[in-house]
Design a protein around this ligand. Structure first.
Ligand code: ADP
Ligand code: ZN
Ligand code: ZN
Length: 828
C-alpha cells in the first residue's frame, strides 16, 4: 500500500555477548512521533519475547518491508536521554576500544538510572470522576486500574492490565489535567529525595504572645523560639538539636502555629565541608603567558590540546581557575578531571571557593542516589562546572568549552573495565567534536603526552618556578646498602631517623611514603627461602598484623599467620619488609610521643575517612602521616617540611616497561609535598638503586633528562610512544584449554598478517604467554601482546575485531573469557 514503516534501531540492555548488535523494531503508529532517537523503550526480545529495555540509536524510514519486525512496546522516557552527539560517541567508543554497545552506552548514564529505574504512575486527583467525561473510556479505564491498585503502580504493570494499546496519549492527557503524575521515582534506592521542613505560620510579633499562652509546654515554647530565630528548619535536625519529641511538634502543628513542607533535598557529597572563599590571584608572568595564549583559543572556540608541564607548586590550579572563568564567560561549560576526588579535596575546594555553587561533583564514592542527583544537575543545566574522576569526562554538558585533566599522567585515567578508555583520548575526541579545548597538566607528564608536545601535536607550556616564595625541596639520596654494611638493619636510615626527630622538635609535620601496600610485607623463610604465596593467584600474600593473618589482594583469600615454615617446618619464618601498618607501628616505637596516622587502602575503607585524616593533618593534629600512593597526590600543606621515602625501589622492580616512568613520577610527586610553605622542605629518599636514572633525575627535579634517557630505551625496545599496543587476555579454569585457545588465536593473527604481506610477524605478535599474574581466583591467564611495528595499527585492530568480536562464537568457547585492552597501561 506504499505505507511508510518507521524502524527503530536499538541496542538491548543485557549482558549476553550474542546480543551485542543493533536490532530493528517497528514503531507502531501510535508511537510514531512519540519515540525518538536516544530514548529508552521496552521491547519484546528473543523466542520467549521477554521484555527488555532498549536504547534507540537510530530511526529510519522504509517504504516496503518484506520481513516481519516486532513492535516496540512502549517508551520509557519522555525525552531522549542520549543526545545525537553522545550516540555518535558511543559508536566511536565501540569501534576504538572494541567493547560492546551496551558497555559504551553505560558510560553516559549514572549507574542508578540504568536497569533499576522504573516509571511510576500515580493518581493524584481523588475526585477524578467529577472531571472526566463519561465518554473518555480509555481514561476511565486507566484511572480505575490505578484506584484498584492503591493509586500508584509501575508503568509496566499498568501496561499489562490495559485492554487498549494507545495508552501513551491517554496518559499524557491525564497528566496535563493534573489527574495523574508520572515520575521516575524508580527503585527504592534512587529517588528524588525530599525532606520535611518545619516553618512558622505565626508572624514574628505573634510569637511572643503565643509563647506566653503556652504556659507549661516548655518543649513547645523552645521549638517556637528556635523557629523564630531560624525561620525554618529540617524536622530531623530540629528534633535533634532541641532534643524534643515529634509529639511536641505535632501539638504545635495541630494548633496551626507551624506547618510542615516537603523540600527537594539534593544529596550533596560535600555537605559537611565549609568552603572558604578562594579569591583570584594575580598571575605571575609564567602563568599569565599560558592564560593569555589559551584564552584566545577559548574565545575563538578552537579545538586544541595543551600540555602544561609545571613543577609541583607552580600554580597550575590558578591557571585552571582563570581559564574556567573565560569558559563561563562564553556561556560554555567545563569539566575538571582529577585522579581521585577524595585524594584531591583541595582542587574541589578551590573551585567552590572561586565559583561558589554551580558545580557538580562526580566520583566513585558517590551513592547511586548522589550520582543521579549530580547527573541531573548537569542535564538540567543547573551547573556549568563538573569536577570528577575519570568517568566525569562523559558529563552530559551541551556546550562544552574546556576539559582540564590534572595530573594527566595518572593511571586512574584509564578505565580497567570495558570500555577500557583513556580519559585523555575521550577528551580529545570531545574536543574535536564539540569545539572545546583540552588542558593537560602535570609536574611529570607521561612520556606519551610529552612526546606529543615535542612533535607539536599538542602545545607545550613549561612552568619552571614555584608560584609562592618557596623553593623546590632538596632531595638527599640514601644508599640503603651502605646502611646495612654499617650494621643498621632498621627500615630507617640514620639520616631519616634524625631528620624526623629534628622535625618533631620544631613542631613541623612529616610525611613518610611507602611505595604501595603489600609489596613488601611478604612472609618468607630464612632457612629455605620459601615465600608464602596465594594458592589461587600465585602472588605473594600480605601480612596483616592486627588480624593475625595473611591476605591475597587479588582474590581476597586469607590464611592464618604461620608459626613455622609450611615447606621446611623451620621456625625461622620471618615477616619481611614493611607495609604501611608495620611502618606505622615501628615509627610509633621510635617516636612514642608523636601523633602518627596511617593513610592507605585499609585505613580509608570507610567513606569520608580520607577527608577526616587530611583535615586532621591540615589542622596540625598529626605529626607524622604514613601512607602509600594516596598521599603522593595534590596535597598542599605548608607545615610539611620533611618527606621521607622509605623505599623508592618497589615500583622499579615491577615487571612493566613503564616501571622507571612510574618511579620517577612517584618520587617527584612525593618530594613535591615538602616545603610548600615558607620553610624550606627536605626530602630523604632511601633506595638500593641510587645510580638508576629514574632515581637521580627525580632527586634533581630534572624531568628533561629523565625523558631523554627513557625515550631512548623506548625507541630501542620498541615501546610506546613509538608503537601502540593491544593486549589480549584469555582466562579460564582449564589451563590447557586457555593455552590452546590463545595459541589458536595467535596463529590466526599471524596467518592473516602473512596473507596481507606482513611476514615479520615475530616483531608484531608476542605470545601467548602466561600473564605475570598467571592465575586469579582459580582461573588461568594467558595473554597475547600486539605491537604495530611496521604494520598499520588499524589493520591490527581490525584483525582483533574480526577474530574476537565478529567471529567470536567460532573461535572462543564459552568457558573462556577474553579481554581486549587497547593501549594498555599494565600488562599483568
Ligand atoms: P600546582 O598545582 O602547580 O602544584 P598549586 O596550584 O597548588 O600548584 O599552587 C601552589 C601554591 O601557590 C598554592 O598555595 C597557590 O595558592 C599559590 N599560588 C598560585 N598562583 C599564585 C600567584 N599567582 N600568586 C600567589 N600565589 C599563587
Ligand atoms: Zn622454610
Ligand atoms: Zn589469591
Amino acid at each position: 500500500m506504499g505505507e511508510n514503516l518507521y524502524i527503530a534501531q536499538a541496542i538491548v540492555n543485557n549482558n549476553s555477548l550474542h546480543t551485542d548488535k543493533i536490532f530493528d523494531y517497528s514503531i507502531p503508529e501510535d508511537l510514531q512521533g512519540v519515540v525518538a532517537k536516544g530514548m529508552r523503550v521496552m521491547v519484546p526480545f528473543g523466542i520467549g519475547n521477554n521484555r527488555l529495555e532498549a536504547y534507540i540509536l537510530n530511526i529510519k524510514k522504509e517504504e516496503k518491508v518484506t520481513y516481519k519486525l516486532k513492535d516496540i512496546l512502549y517508551p520509557l522516557d519522555d525525552k531522549p536521554i542520549l543526545t545525537e552527539t553522545q550516540i555518535k560517541m558511543i559508536l566511536w567508543l565501540k569501534n576504538k576500544y572494541l567493547c560492546r554497545y551496551i558497555e559504551a552506552i553505560h558510560c553516559f548514564l549514572p549507574s542508578g538510572i540504568v536497569n533499576k529505574e522504573k516509571k511510576i504512575v500515580e493518581l493524584i486527583e481523588k475526585d477524578w470522576q467529577k472531571v472526566i467525561s463519561r465518554n473518555s473510556k480509555n481514561q476511565i479505564e486507566v484511572l480505575r486500574i490505578l484506584e484498584d491498585l492503591g493509586g500508584k503502580i509501575t508503568l509496566e504493570k499498568l501496561f499489562g492490565k490495559l485492554s487498549f494499546k494507545n495508552f501513551q496519549s491517554t496518559l499524557k492527557i491525564l497528566e496535563e489535567k493534573n489527574i495523574i503524575k508520572i515520575d521516575y521515582s524508580i527503585s527504592s534506592r534512587i529517588k528524588i529525595q525530599t525532606q520535611q521542613y518545619a516553618q512558622l505560620t505565626l508572624k514574628d510579633d505573634e510569637v511572643d504572645t503565643t509563647i506566653a499562652s503556652l504556659k507549661n509546654a516548655k518543649r513547645q515554647k523552645e521549638i517556637l523560639l528556635f523557629l523564630k530565630a531560624h525561620k525554618e528548619c529540617a524536622v530531623k535536625e530540629l528534633l535533634d538539636i532541641l532534643k524534643v519529641t515529634r509529639s511536641s511538634l505535632n501539638a504545635l502543628i495541630s494548633k496551626g502555629y507551624i506547618t510542615i513542607i516537603d523540600k527537594e533535598h539534593k544529596r550533596d557529597p560535600f555537605k559537611d565541608i565549609v568552603f572558604k572563599d578562594f579569591p583570584k590571584l594575580v598571575p605571575n608572568s609564567q602563568q599569565k603567558k599560558v592564560i593569555d595564549v589559551i584564552t584566545n583559543y577559548i574565545k575563538e572556540e578552537k579545538a586544541h590540546t595543551f600540555l602544561l608541564h609545571g613543577i609541583t607548586g607552580s600554580g597550575k590550579t590558578e591557571i585552571y581557575l582563570q581559564l574556567m572563568e573565560q569558559v563561563l564567560k562564553k556561556d560554555k561549560q567545563g569539566i575538571i578531571l582529577v585522579p581521585e576526588i577524595a585524594l584531591t579535596p583541595q582542587t574541589v575546594e578551590r573551585f567552590y571557593g572561586r565559583f561558589g555553587e554551580g558545580i557538580a561533583v562526580l566520583h566513585s564514592n558517590l551513592s547511586d542516589g548522589e550520582r543521579f542527583d549530580e547527573w541531573r544537575k548537569i542535564t538540567e543545566g543547573k551547573v556549568n562546572i563538573a569536577i570528577g574522576a575519570r568517568s566525569a569526562i562523559f558529563a552530559p554538558f551541551k556546550n562544552l568549552g574546556m576539559v582540564i585533566i590534572d595530573e594527566e599522567h595518572e593511571n586512574t585515567y584509564k578505565s580497567e573495565i570495558n570500555p577500557k578508555y583513556h580519559a585523555i583520548e575521550v577528551a580529545n575526541y570531545r574536543s574535536k567534536e564539540e569545539g572545546a579545548i583540552v588542558v593537560l597538566g602535570s609536574a611529570t607528564p607521561s612520556i606519551e603526552s610529552y612526546y606529543k608536545g615535542e612533535q607539536k601535536e599538542v602545545s607545550l607550556f613549561t612552568l619552571t618556578k614555584r608560584a609562592t616564595a618557596s623553593d623546590l625541596p632538596e632531595v638527599e639520596i640514601i644508599d640503603m646498602r651502605k646502611e646495612l654494611d654499617n650494621g643498621n638493619k632498621s627500615i630507617l636510615s640514620h639520616t631519616l631517623f634524625s631528620a624526623i626527630q629534628q622535625n618533631l622538635e620544631v613542631n613541623k609535620q612529616t610525611i613518610l611514603f611507602l611505595n604501595r601496600r603489600g609489596f613488601a610485607t611478604f612472609v618468607s623463610c630464612r632457612q629455605c627461602g620459601y615465600v608464602v604465596k596465594c594458592k589461587h593467584c600465585d602472588i605473594a600474600m600480605t601480612h596483616h598484623k592486627n588480624m593475625k593473618n595473611l591476605q591475597c589482594h587479588y582474590c581476597g583469600d586469607k590464611i592464618q599467620e604461620p608459626e613455622t615454615c609450611p615447606s621446611c617446618s623451620s621456625s625461622n619464618i620471618n615477616y619481611f619488609g614493611a607495609g604501611t601498618q608495620r611502618i606505622e607501628s615501628l615509627i610509633n616505637t621510635y617516636f612514642p610521643k608523636a601523633i602518627i596516622e596511617r593513610m592507605d587502602m585499609d585505613s580509608t575503607i570507610v567513606k569520608g575517612s580520607h577527608q577526616r585524616i587530611l583535615e586532621k593533618f591540615k589542622k596540625g593534629k598529626i605529626d607524622i602521616l604514613v601512607g602509600t600512593q594516596m598521599i603522593s597526590k595534590g596535597l598542599d600543606f605548608p607545615n610539611v617540611t620533611l618527606v621521607g621515602v622509605i623505599s623508592a625501589d618497589a615500583s622499579l622492580n615491577l615487571p612493566d616497561f613503564r616501571a622507571s616512568e612510574k618511579t620517577f613520577q612517584l618520587v617527584t610527586q612525593v618530594a613535591g609535598r615538602a616545603g610548600r610553605g615558607l620553610d624550606k622542605g627536605r626530602v630523604i629518599l632511601q633506595t638500593y638503586n641510587p645510580e638508576h636514572y629514574s632515581i637521580y633525575t627525580a632527586a634533581n627535579h630534572d624531568f628533561e633528562s629523565f625523558y631523554k634517557e627513557e625515550l631512548l630505551l623506548r625507541k630501542e625496545f620498541i615501546y610506546p610512544p613509538f608503537v601502540q599496543l593491544i593486549n589480549i587476555c584469555f582466562t579460564g579454569k582449564n589451563e590447557k584449554e586457555v593455552y590452546i585457545v590463545s595459541e589458536k588465536i595467535t596463529n590466526n593473527i599471524k596467518y592473516i598478517l602473512q596473507a596481507k604481506g606482513y611476514s615479520q610477524y615475530n616483531e608484531i605478535v608476542f605470545g601467548p604467554n602466561p600473564a605475570i599474574i598467571s592465575k586469579i581466583n582459580e582461573k588461568f591467564r594467558y595473554q597475547i601482546l600486539l605491537k604495530n611495528h611496521e604494520v598499520p595499527y588499524h589493520l591490527l585492530r581490525s584483525i582483533v575485531k574480526y577474530l574476537l568480536l565478529d567471529k567470536r562464537q567460532k573461535f572462543i568457547p564459552s568457558t573462556i573469557t577474553v579481554s581486549i585492552d587497547i593501549d594498555p597501561l599494565y600488562i599483568m
